[in-house]
Design a protein around this ligand. Structure first.
Ligand SMILES: C[S@@+](CC[C@H](N)C(=O)[O-])C[C@H]1O[C@@H](n2cnc3c(N)ncnc32)[C@H](O)[C@@H]1O
Length: 231
């Protein structure tokens, strides 16, 4: 698994171009993935929510749009330049004024035990230095009955893999280098996706962190999946 300080440095380097690269390299399908995530969270109807590894905040903003101002939404990340990008975007819309973006390392979260109703984490678990420790931290901060939502890359359907890995390994890093000037971050992305567990394996990790029941829903040929787990 990657070292936290290297991950932090890598995201600090691409923070100012992260959003553009995200939408461009995914062909805009990332909007759809966040919408499905927000719909799933809305169905759970939490009173309070923390979006971990929030980065430039797009999941937190989407959740605010979907859930309304009655639900306390807070974004946390360990990379200050990414948080700064989120704080800048927050200024664009008055309804985002109460959203907080604060420092929080998923290996040791500055939150009390059993203190939140729901946790979302999009494209963050893959970057954890210690996956099990991070999932256990999330379990610690959730109240009993609270729910974890993980949006993460997965292993795509077999027939789709050759096309997908061709894109990830050979095309994406070159496009990313044009979009961000940093090819290495996207070489890392391809490697981390290829090495990431299947849906069933990630579900096992989540169960081992203390969640008795985990469900997984695949999206877009299983390029990504949403895992949901209740404490
Ligand atoms: C690929 S970005 C995802 C950002 C955002 N969730 C999204 O969907 O666009 C991964 C983010 O995870 C953060 N991250 C990685 N490891 C972390 C950790 N241990 N604690 C907090 N944030 C972490 C990085 O700083 C980065 O902002």
């Amino acid at each position: 698994m990657p070292e936290g300080k290297n991950v932090n440095r890598m995201f600090a380097n691409i923070a100012s171009r992260y959003d553009f690269a995200n939408h461009f390299l995914s062909g805009g399908v990332d909007y759809y993935w966040r919408k499905v995530l927000a719909d799933r969270v809305a169905a759970f109807s939490p009173g309070s929510l923390v979006d971990l590894a929030t980065g430039s905040g797009d999941v937190a903003f989407k959740l605010r749009d979907r859930l309304g101002t009655a639900v306390a939404v807070r974004g946390m990340d360990f990379c200050e330049p990414m948080l700064e990008a989120a704080r800048e975007k927050k200024k664009e819309r008055p309804e985002y004024a109460d959203l907080e973006f604060t420092f929080g390392d998923c290996m040791q979260l500055p939150l009390d035990d059993h203190s939140v109703d729901a946790v979302t984490i999009a494209f963050g678990v893959r970057n954890f230095e210690d996956r099990q420790k991070g999932l256990e931290e999330i379990h610690r901060i959730l109240r009993p009955g609270g729910r974890l939502f993980i949006l993460e890359f997965s292993q795509p359907r077999h027939w789709f893999r050759p096309f997908y890995y061709l894109y990830l390994k050979y095309i994406l890093p070159r496009l990313a280098s044009l979009a961000t000037g940093d090819k290495s971050a996207y070489d890392y992305l391809a490697g981390s996706i290829e090495a990431f567990p299947t849906r069933a394996q990630l579900a096992d990790h989540v169960t081992a962190a203390g969640f008795p029941r985990v469900t997984a829903r695949a999206l877009t040929f299983s390029i990504v999946a949403i895992h949901e787990a209740t404490k």
